[in-house]
Design a protein around this ligand. Structure first.
Ligand code: NAD
Length: 345
C-alpha cells in the first residue's frame, strides 16, 4: 500500500498512524493543509474492511475539509481522523487515548464530530486535549451545527435560484427535499416559512412524519429525485446525482446539504448539459463547520460572526455561478478553483 503517492497527488502535508497498546485503539489522522490555519475536521469511527480503505477515506475527507473551510472564509485548513472500528469497549479510555494522539499533533489537527461520535465524546477528548471542538452550548461550546447548516443551505438556494433566472423568493416555489433529518427538517421548516411548497421523502418513517407535521407533502423516496419541482435539495446521502438519476431530474436547481452529492466529476458536466444549476455541496453546506470552527477563535465563540459567515455563503455562490457563466466551466470546477486559490494565496 503506497501512502506517499495519494498524499502527493492531493497535496497532503502529514498522515499519522496511531496505535494505543492499552486500549487497542487504531487511528489515522490526515492533515491536508494548514496554510490558512489549523486543520479542522471530524473524527469518523467506522468498521473499515482494511487499512487501505481507511487511508483512502481519511485522505479524501481531509482534502474536502480544506476546500470547505477555504470557501467558507475560515482561518482553518483541512484535516480528518478515522478510527478503525470497533471502538475500544471502554469508551472513556478509548477517547482519552485518541485525545492523546490529537494532543501530540500540537494543534495542527482540531477534532470535531463525525460518524460514530457525539457531544459527550468531544467532552471526553477535552479531558485530555483542548484541540477538540463541538461542545454542547451548556458547556460553553457552539452546540448543534445542524441549524447553521440548514440556514446556509437556504441562503445558498437563493443564489442558485437567481443563477437559474428565478427571483430568489420562496413564495410559491416548489422544492423537493430528500432526507428529513437534523438538517433536512430545518431546511423544510425555513422553506415553508418563506411560502414554498415542500415535497419531502425519507427512508425513515419517523423522520418523514416530522416533515409531514411541519407541513411538507410526503412522497415515496424513489420518486423524489424526479419530482416535478423547481428545486431539488438532497439532504440525506451522497452520490444521488449520477448517470441514472440526472436524466430524470426535472428541477432547474439543485441546492442541498448532503456531502458528496455528485457520484463522480462527470456528473457536474451532465448537470450543466441539462442546464441544471448545481450549488457545490462543500460550499452550500458549510454552515455547521463555520459554527463549530468559531470555538477556536482566540476571543471565543461569537454567534454574530457565525451568522455573518453563514450568510456569506450566498455571496460566495453568487461569485461561483457568475464565474461558471463567464468561463463555461461547471460550478463544481469553479468552486474547486476558488478553494485552491484561497488556500494558495
Ligand atoms: P441525519 O442523520 O440527521 O439525517 C439524515 C436523514 O436522511 C435521516 O432522516 C435518514 O433517514 C435520511 N436518509 C438516509 N438515507 C436516505 C436515503 N437513501 N433516502 C432518503 N433519506 C435518507 O443527518 P444530517 O445531520 O441531517 O445530515 C444530512 C446530510 O447533510 C448528510 O449527508 C451530512 O453529511 C450532510 N451534512 C450535515 C451537516 C450538519 O451540520 N449536520 C453539515 C454538513 C453536511
Amino acid at each position: 500500500m503506497s501512502v506517499f503517492s495519494p498524499m502527493v497527488a492531493a497535496g497532503h502535508e502529514e498522515v499519522c498512524f496511531f496505535h494505543d497498546p492499552g486500549t487497542g485503539l487504531r487511528a489515522i489522522v490526515a492533515v491536508h493543509s494548514t496554510r490558512r490555519g489549523p486543520g479542522i475536521g471530524g473524527v469518523r469511527i467506522r468498521d473499515y474492511g482494511d487499512d487501505g480503505e481507511a487511508l483512502t477515506d481519511v485522505l479524501r475527507l481531509s482534502e474536502a475539509m480544506s476546500y470547505k473551510a477555504a470557501c467558507a472564509g475560515l482561518p482553518c485548513g483541512g484535516a480528518k481522523a478515522v478510527v478503525m472500528g470497533p471502538f475500544p469497549a471502554d469508551r472513556a479510555a478509548g477517547m482519552h487515548a485518541l485525545a492523546g494522539c490529537i494532543e501530540r499533533l500540537g494543534g495542527r489537527y482540531i477534532a470535531t464530530e463525525d460518524m460514530g461520535m457525539n457531544e459527550s465524546d468531544i467532552a471526553r477528548l477535552n479531558d485530555v486535549t483542548r484541540f477538540a471542538v463541538g461542545r454542547a452550548l451548556a458547556d460553553g461550546g457552539s452546540g448543534d451545527p445542524s441549524p447553521h447548516t440548514a440556514r446556509g443551505v437556504v441562503c445558498g438556494m437563493r443564489s442558485a435560484l437567481r443563477s437559474a433566472g428565478m427571483s430568489g423568493d420562496f413564495q410559491g416555489l416548489k422544492v423537493a427535499v430528500q432526507g428529513c433529518g437534523s438538517v433536512g427538517l430545518g431546511v423544510i421548516e425555513r422553506l415553508l416559512a418563506g411560502g414554498a411548497e415542500v415535497h419531502a421523502s425519507d427512508i425513515d418513517v419517523a423522520a418523514g412524519e416530522s416533515a409531514r407535521r411541519a407541513g411538507a407533502r410526503i412522497v415515496p423516496n424513489d420518486e423524489i429525485l424526479a419530482a416535478d419541482v423547481d428545486v431539488l435539495a438532497p439532504c440525506g446521502i451522497g452520490a444521488v446525482l449520477n448517470e441514472r438519476s440526472i436524466p430524470e431530474i426535472r428541477a432547474r436547481v439543485i441546492a442541498g446539504a448532503a456531502n458528496n452529492q455528485l457520484a463522480g466529476a462527470a456528473d457536474a458536466e451532465r448537470l450543466m448539459e441539462r442546464d441544471i444549476v448545481y450549488a457545490p455541496d462543500f460550499v452550500i453546506n458549510a454552515g455547521g463547520l463555520i459554527n463549530v470552527a468559531d470555538e477556536i477563535d482566540p476571543a471565543g465563540y461569537d454567534g454574530r460572526r457565525v451568522a455573518g459567515r453563514v450568510a456569506n455563503i450566498e455571496i460566495t455562490l453568487d461569485r461561483i455561478f457568475a464565474e461558471a457563466g463567464r468561463t463555461g466551466k461547471t460550478s463544481a470546477a469553479i468552486a474547486l478553483e476558488l478553494a485552491h486559490s484561497l488556500i494558495d494565496s
